[in-house]
Design a protein around this ligand. Structure first.
Ligand code: ARG
Length: 604
């Protein structure tokens, strides 16, 4: 529709739309959305592709020329330039600066988001690690991207439910239970549950594999055959014990469940601390264990009734080929022993969530390795006739190659963040002068290090793989996290220096902003004006890079402006105007960084 955004220069867009509607006779409702921001200044501020208006009977090129000729002289917009079927509109410079900058300085942290999500609810399911298994790169990406997507939606008025769907059920907890009895330590469990449980998991799995090898040798000697739907084909005594332990859990055995619950609770406590370092706070810690038996039974019954599922050698399976979705293959819904699977639990979980939250949208932030799994899930919801399946979306992403800690061990999120902090601290110490001025170097090193990790992850399109590089992500050169933080710190220092030079204070709100006429200033202002549109666009792309790319564009403009648009040493009028410009830039940069989940630093 023609709803203007909160974009301050939308006044201009509305003006253009109105004039064009008058000249062309086309409805303003059609003209307004067809006017688009350009990517570069030489194409104008806004551009109209005449073919988008679908006017019959006349050539778009001729219409463009005709409308340009009829464009009335006015105070806001230059006569449009015609390029084939495109019309380029340029704002008259002096008008834009006051409009944009005053708006930013007035709204402050509220500048950017538009309440387009008001009254709508979204579940963002992200991170979702598996207890007792390493928090791998896939979880890191899910955490970063999911945190960001939650922030953008929240800023734009959505009611956001941040949900962590833990991998906290399944036979691995049988394995873990048995492992803990054999190798566990109470004290270690309390001190460092995540590492300790992982340690146990590795140890006990080694035993299981060794025993399986023995069984395999035996079986081969005897020429035995195995059940095709059971992954672990060869089983030794420890594995049997683990299966029995998990069976006890499923049957509600208090002792087995008690131990499992301690593993879960202690792990969640620990995760919470780590997430807090990333400014992430969950509304719900759900998990595979939380899906109720009733939901699972209900889903199973529905699938049976609709003829979606079928029995096969004692197991229940779904054959998508028979349901018109050949490329989804086959999947097991229930094992021979009656236990549920990852996919089955996801079906139950989705149904419970819709019941409980009646969401308008639900996104699953999960690595693209699970494309098939989520496609199967959504297809099943569709086949079940649950119309809300359309509200579910898989936000997938590519792999991280070569991620390891600096010491080369298994990666846990905590270790990555600690590594980034320590390396950043080393780098900061090399610049002794500056280091001396930083009030809380630990905090800054931690914050900037974390920014490095996060920006590296969000810089490209989600689906692209990237190579994890400590050196590149902590570098101050190129489009890196430290560079972004540096840009923010530099803007802060401009304000600080002026305040030192004028201890009596300066009133930026009194600045004559029409003085900002240089191309550098105009470009920067134009860039700042686009931020609200960037956020709206992000709601469509659901790509962190939409914001990251924008912020780097802004910081590049800033870098090339400092020498041209000096502040101290200029006459007071000009100084005030430029100070306002930099203050506004700092505000927008900071707002953008916060949406990304970053904490902008004042000094580094
Ligand atoms: N715990 C899973 C894993 O680590 C991710 C869960 C994704 N979410 C879901 N609803 N299946 O692989």
């Amino acid at each position: 529709g023609s709803n203007p955004t909160s974009n301050p220069v939308d006044v201009f867009r509305c003006y253009i739309a109105e004039e064009l509607a008058k000249i062309s006779g086309v409805d303003i409702e059609l003209v307004y959305p067809a006017l688009e921001w350009t990517q570069s200044m030489d194409k104008g501020d806004l551009i109209l592709a005449v073919p988008r208006l679908r006017i019959k009977g006349k050539k778009p090129d001729e219409l463009a020329q005709e409308w340009a000729d009829k464009w009335p002289e006015n105070d806001f917009i230059e006569k449009p330039q015609v390029h084939k079927a495109f019309l380029s509109f340029f704002f008259k410079g002096s008008m834009v600066a006051p409009l944009v900058l005053n708006d930013i300085l007035k709204r402050k942290e509220n500048y950017g988001p538009v309440n387009t999500g008001k009254g709508k609810r979204i579940i963002v399911e992200f991170s979702s690690p598996n207890i007792a298994k390493p928090f791998h790169a896939g979880h890191l990406r899910s955490t970063i991207i999911g945190g960001f997507l939650s922030n953008v939606h929240e800023a734009c008025g959505w009611d956001v439910i941040r949900m962590n769907y833990l991998g906290d059920w399944g036979k691995q907890f049988g394995i873990l239970g048995v492992g803990f009895k054999r190798f566990g330590s109470e004290q270690k469990l309390i001190d460092d549950p995540i590492h300790h449980l992982y340690e146990i998991y590795v140890q006990i799995n080694k035993v299981i594999t060794e025993e399986a090898e023995i069984e395999k040798a035996k079986a081969e000697a005897e020429g035995k055959k195995f059940d095709k739907y059971n992954k672990q084909t060869y089983k030794g005594p420890t594995d049997d014990e683990a299966r029995a332990f998990f069976k006890k859990m499923e049957d509600g055995d208090q002792e087995a469940l008690g131990l499992w619950k301690r593993f879960r609770d202690l792990s969640i406590d620990k995760y919470k601390t780590t997430y807090a370092r990333l400014n992430i706070f969950y509304d719900v810690y759900s998990g595979e264990s939380q899906v109720s038996t009733e939901s699972l039974n209900k889903a199973a019954q529905m699938m049976k009734d609709k003829g979606i599922s079928q029995e096969d050698e004692g197991a229940v399976i779904i054959d998508f080929a028979k349901l018109g979705a050949k490329k989804l293959g086959k999947a097991v819904l229930q094992k021979k022993d009656g236990t549920s699977l990852y996919l089955t639990r996801d079906i139950g979980a989705a149904m419970e969530r819709y019941e409980k939250y009646k969401f308008d949208k639900m996104i699953y932030v999960v690595a693209s390795q699970q494309d098939l799994h989520l496609n199967q899930l959504f297809k099943i919801l569709e086949l079940l006739g649950l119309d809300w399946y359309k509200k579910c979306q898989h936000i997938n992403f590519g792999m991280v190659q070569g991620m390891s800690t600096r010491k080369g061990t298994v990666v846990f999120l905590d270790d990555i963040l600690a590594g980034a902090r320590d390396s950043m601290h080393e780098i900061m110490k090399k610049n002794a002068d500056k280091y001396g001025q930083v009030e809380d170097p630990d905090f800054v090193a931690d914050t900037v290090g974390r920014t490095g990790v996060m920006i590296q992850d969000m810089a490209g399109k989600r689906i692209n793989n990237y190579v994890f590089s400590w050196d590149r992500m902590l570098s101050f050169e190129g489009d890196t996290g430290p560079y972004l933080q540096y840009a923010h710190a530099r803007l802060s220092s401009i304000g600080r220096k002026v305040r030192e030079a004028y201890p009596e204070g300066l009133d930026v709100t009194k600045a004559d902003l029409t003085l900002l006429k240089e191309p550098h200033a105009v470009n920067l202002i134009r860039c700042l004006a686009q931020y609200p549109d960037v956020l709206q666009n992000t709601l469509k792309t659901l790509e962190p890079t939409t914001v990251v790319t924008y912020l780097f564009k802004m910081t590049h403009l800033l870098s090339s402006s400092y020498d041209v648009l000096r502040v101290l040493g200029e006459n007071k009028e000009l100084m005030l105007a430029r100070l306002a410009l930099y203050a506004a830039a700092k505000q927008v940069l900071g707002n953008g960084m916060k949406v990304l989940g970053l904490v902008p630093v004042e000094r580094m």
